[in-house]
Design a binder for this molecule. Structure first.
Ligand code: HEC
Length: 181
């Protein structure tokens, strides 16, 4: 079986909703789009996709064409330096079965989990460690926060997991449980 690949194309657009929607659409198939993170200040967006090599080539070409069509770099300014409308398009091999962890990593990045739990999820002061904890335990804790059946010392966790679906919680738990230092 061909190794699945992950790609995280960085596009020089983080503000215009219509362009972001068009890019998401183009990056949506035949590869699977796991996450979109748009950053207004950097005027940049990062898409996380996975698929076979063939699926990714087709999808990336469609996304890059959409970017070239819609993004005019002459009118672009943002905090991040850039060289193109489709700025960088890294590809990384994924171990078979690594898709949930890739999705979990993207979600954690997107939802800023590391801002409180620290970027390596080792926790600090009153914020608990998340890395390398049992997956079931993490999942149960997150479900309880999301469903408001567990009150934390404040509402930060209820907010962090607001409306996150069960599949995404499983992906987060899987990713965090497999973090090692
Ligand atoms: C604004 C800060 C903040 C953010 C952002 C945040 N957390 Fe937390 N998290 C906390 C605090 C504080 C606690 C402890 C809450 C309590 O008092 O029960 C906690 C607890 C947890 C726990 C329970 C751990 C345990 O051992 O009981 C899990 C799991 C967790 N967070 C996961 C996440 C995930 C996943 C994200 C991102 C989607 C996230 N957190 C984002 C502050 C944060």
């Amino acid at each position: 079986m061909a190794l699945p690949l992950e790609s995280v194309p960085n596009m020089s657009e983080g503000r215009d909703e219509a362009t972001l929607a068009a890019l998401s659409d183009a990056f949506g198939s035949p590869a699977r789009l796991l996450d979109v993170h748009a950053d207004w200040d950097h005027h940049r967006s990062v898409f996380t996709l996975v698929g076979s090599g063939e699926e990714l080539v087709e999808t990336l070409l469609a996304g890059i064409a959409a970017a070239a069509e819609r993004i005019d770099l002459r009118e672009h300014e943002g905090a991040h330096p850039r060289i193109g409308a489709a700025d960088v398009v890294p590809l990384v091999p994924l171990e078979p079965g690594a898709e949930p962890a890739a999705r979990g990593a993207a979600l954690a990045r997107d939802r800023g989990c590391g801002s409180c739990h620290l970027p390596d999820y080792r926790g600090q002061k009153h914020v608990p460690r998340l890395d390398n904890q049992p997956e079931d335990y993490l999942l149960a804790a997150m479900k309880a926060y999301r469903d408001n059946t567990r009150a934390g010392s404040d509402t930060s966790m209820n907010a962090a997991l607001y409306q996150v679906g069960d599949d995404d919680l499983r992906a987060l738990a899987h990713f965090l449980a497999h973090q090692t230092r």
